[in-house]
Write a protein that binds this ligand. Structure first.
Ligand SMILES: NC(=O)c1ccc[n+]([C@@H]2O[C@H](COP(=O)([O-])OP(=O)(O)OC[C@H]3O[C@@H](n4cnc5c(N)ncnc54)[C@H](O)[C@@H]3O)[C@@H](O)[C@H]2O)c1
Length: 271
């Protein structure tokens, strides 16, 4: 269903790797709602993924950029404004990666150059994206910038490893940069704290299958899917949420405010 909520808006979407990606679903929904956008991802991910199909389907231009490289980001933003023929109304930062998680190093046995790389990709890149947009004055007034987070920024999820710290940093950057973007450019900045979702990044976390079932049982509305997340993001890019900023918005079927549910208790009642 389309409501025309983003008619005429221009955006940049980071992180569509394959059709399971939250950014992929968001690109499809944002397109349905009438927006035009540039798709971007790390050059190496382009070779692995199928982003061309998404670009064709949504009539979008692809501009590769490593989100940790200021040079790439500067070129991306300059070219996007040219291609879209105007300033940017919305940006989705949908990027995450931990080398420690990938290589199975536990939280208590991190290799710190891997930690630094994961931090740069998952959190530092959000600051870099915003700094480039800010310095180039590339955002329209009442524009909206969203990054994706996870509740391990606030609560302990042992297998989420150093990504928990990266998400805490990401959420803090949203608040800190959001202040300056709001004050100087009337642009809002928020993070969405999303349910566990079966994507390449999600499934890379140890014990993901058990954990997603647990979260499903704990949440009164069940887990939020990638499509649900895309729909929520559309509202944050729309003009209906102009005064929402500096927030970390839980989008998790109620999980974050639960203590225990009947469904989870049943497992232990039978023990
Ligand atoms: N899947 C989940 O369970 C879940 C839950 C909450 C939040 N999130 C967050 O959602 C976001 C999107 O992840 P996803 O689950 O759709 O997985 P995904 O694997 O489909 O997307 C991650 C993206 O990050 C991109 N990326 C990695 N390094 C990059 C770099 N240097 N420059 C540019 N892009 C780079 C990858 O190419 C990929 O497209 C991430 O921030 C993730 O942490 C995911």
């Amino acid at each position: 269903m389309s409501y025309g909520l983003l008619k005429g808006k221009r955006g940049i979407i980071f992180g569509a790797l394959d059709e399971n990606s939250i950014a992929w679903k968001t690109a499809e929904r944002v397109h349905d709602e009438g927006a035009r956008f540039v798709l971007t991802n790390a050059p190496i991910a382009m070779r692995m993924g199928t982003i061309n199909q998404l670009a064709e389907k949504t009539g979008s231009t692809i501009i590769p950029a490593d989100a940790t490289s200021l040079e790439d980001l500067e070129r991306l933003v300059t070219e996007s404004v040219k291609v879209l023929e105007g300033k940017i109304d919305f940006v989705l930062h949908s990027i995450g990666m931990s080398v420690n998680v990938r290589k199975g190093r536990s939280y208590t046995d991190q290799k710190y150059d891997w930690t630094a790389k994961g931090w740069d990709v998952s959190a530092g890149s959000f600051h870099k994206v915003m700094q480039v947009l800010y310095k180039q004055d590339a955002m329209s007034e009442w524009g909206s910038i969203v990054a994706l987070s996870y509740m391990a920024a606030q609560r302990v999820f042992p297998d989420y490893n150093d990504m928990a710290d990266n998400k805490a940093f990401l959420e803090s950057i949203a608040r800190s940069f959001g202040y300056f973007f709001g004050r100087d450019k009337k642009v809002r900045v928020n993070t969405i704290s999303q349910s566990p979702t079966p994507t390449t990044a999600g499934k890379g976390v140890k014990g993901f299958d058990g954990f997603i079932s647990y979260a499903e049982k704990m949440s009164p509305l069940g887990n939020a899917s990638a499509l649900d997340c895309a729909n929520y993001t559309v509202t944050l890019f729309s003009d209906l949420t102009r005064k929402v900023t500096l927030q970390n918005l839980f989008h998790d079927g109620g999980f974050s405010n639960m203590g225990v549910s009947d469904a989870v208790m049943q497992v232990f009642d039978n023990e």
